[in-house]
Design a protein. Structure first.
Length: 119
């Protein structure tokens, strides 16, 4: 796996976050989302760009993300992901998201909850 992430604070109410990455699976034991015909050895690329907004000058941040995962050939998943991040304190963030698929591959609609703890 290789990843590159960057963020840029545009102004007091908007921060842009970007991510590029690739994952190569040498042995995946049937994890290839493109199906069995593509085999167990494959590479998937991932990219996302997100806008993190601060309209209320508080510890709750709406986010809009567009994400891609795929191999540019037989599997291509594009998601639009509205999110809410609640920075509970300097050690804990809780994120809730609803990914909505816009392509033939990947999720159609989902719900995700994530907690991040910092020490």
């Amino acid at each position: 796996m290789i990843q590159l992430r960057a963020d840029k604070k545009v102004n007091d109410w908007l921060t842009l976050v970007g991510h590029l990455g690739a994952r190569h699976y040498y042995i995946s034991d049937d994890l290839n989302p493109a199906g069995q015909s593509d085999g167990d050895v494959f590479t998937h690329y991932e990219a996302f760009i997100a806008g993190v907004f601060n309209p209320w000058n508080s510890n709750v941040f709406p986010v809009l993300e567009i994400a891609y995962t795929g191999d540019f050939n037989s599997y291509n998943s594009i998601l639009v992901v509205p999110e809410i991040i609640w920075a509970v304190n300097s050690h804990l963030e809780i994120k809730a998201a609803i990914p909505v698929g816009t392509s033939e591959d990947g999720e159609r609609i989902g719900f995700r909850v994530q907690a991040t703890m910092r020490f």
